[in-house]
Write a protein of this length. Structure first.
Length: 381
């Protein structure tokens, strides 16, 4: 097992700076490949570059090649890399079927023993979040980033056209009608992976936590709530609620449509908050509108871990030098210092304790935390 020379034991910026001065482990440089979804135009891309640069400055024997990519390009890239034997050393990937498959075929290192031997590292994380990265009783990922999903609204468009910000589905449809009459796309929506956030947030308010997280009946049929949600989306589509190009539009084009005030609403995740300036008071976030007849599921929010769940590949683990360097990188990526950088610059919410750091979260992040506190039910993404 590697010896850790740079354990982050303090909680203040000053102690973190001194604790992360790493002693070189050898004369030759080690190259690590990192890939995650925080690349390209992602709101965390620049901060990730900064954090990786800070790591390299403190670890002059290690070079990190950052191959992170944005949006719909990410999953094909990382899947192709693993399938072709070009495994990254350290990578970020959210919980779900993709990481489970990689674990099942032995591509992801088991970090359980590492964390048990370094309890001060493990104790930095919110203990409730380990369940998201634990499979068959073993820990395979470090739960760094908390995310939630909700509806974003361009308040200035609502004010300009005298539209009520919707609290229920009937009010949402009325907003669609008014914006259509005025040449504004009501809802920025597409059929790529991120576009499905709309369905992902609509489903819990008609099916609750049980149907959302367990979509099939015992005999293998899809539960009725999923059909209800799809029919509601079709109703909106028939009303012209979505862009005409929704079937060909990329995730970035959908995001830009909202940011350029050409669309009134978008369903997105908390990471999208980082796309806006801290003093931009024209954009707000709201809970997804409730649906008549399903009031018991009102104020249900999608909440869990995002792309900031960090893993080490088995290939890196099996190489003693890469393993030691990868552990150093993982410890730095998930340190309070790094968490504070992401929080301050992008509004990211972390599972890592930030005691001793004063983070000036922007208003939408603060409101999001309040919405989570007030939510009746939290559903996994």
């Amino acid at each position: 097992m590697a010896v850790f020379l740079g354990a982050c034991t303090g909680t203040s910026s000053e102690s973190s700076e001194s604790d992360w001065k790493i002693v070189k482990s050898g004369d030759s440089k080690i190259t690590l490949r990192f890939i995650g979804s925080w690349g390209g135009v992602d709101s965390k891309a620049e901060t990730l570059k900064l954090v990786l640069s800070q790591f390299e400055n403190r670890n002059p024997d290690v070079t990190v090649i950052n191959e992170s990519v944005f949006g719909e390009d990410f999953l094909p890239k990382i899947k192709t890399d693993f399938a072709s034997g070009n495994d990254p050393d350290v990578f970020g990937l959210w919980p779900g079927s993709d990481i489970k498959k990689l674990i099942q075929v032995g591509k992801v290192a088991d970090l359980t023993g590492l964390l048990e031997e370094n309890p001060e590292w493990k104790e930095q994380f919110d203990p409730e979040m380990w369940s998201y990265t634990t499979y068959n009783g073993r820990i395979y990922g470090l739960p760094f980033e908390i995310i939630f999903e909700c509806m974003f609204v361009n308040k200035d468009l609502f004010e300009q056209y005298n539209v009520k910000i919707p609290e229920n589905f009937d009010e949402l449809k009325e907003a669609v009608r008014i914006f259509n009459r005025n040449g504004i796309v009501p809802i920025a929506y597409n059929t790529e992976a991120e576009g499905t956030y709309f369905y992902q947030n609509l489903l819990p308010v008609v099916g609750g936590k049980a149907d959302t997280e367990n979509p099939f009946t015992r005999d293998g049929k899809i539960k009725q709530s999923h059909i209800v949600a799809l029919n509601l989306i079709k109703e909106l589509y028939d009303m012209g609620a979505f862009p005409k190009e929704c079937f060909t539009m990329t995730n970035n084009e959908r995001n830009v449509l909202f940011k350029e005030k050409k669309a009134a609403m978008i369903v997105q995740g908390s990471w999208y908050i980082g796309e806006f300036e801290p003093d931009d008071d024209t954009v707000d976030i709201i809970p997804f509108p409730s649906v008549k007849g399903y009031e018991s599921y009102r104020n249900t929010m999608v909440y869990g871990l995002g792309g900031g769940v960090f893993h080490m590949s088995t290939a890196a683990w099996n190489d003693p030098r890469k393993r030691e360097a990868s552990v150093r990188l993982l410890r730095f990526l998930t340190s309070p210092l790094s968490a504070s950088e992401f929080a301050a610059k992008t509004g990211m919410i972390s599972t890592v304790s930030l005691g001793g750091y004063e983070i000036d979260y922007i208003d939408m992040t603060i409101k999001g935390l309040q919405m989570l506190e007030e939510a009746n039910t939290l559903v996994g993404p």
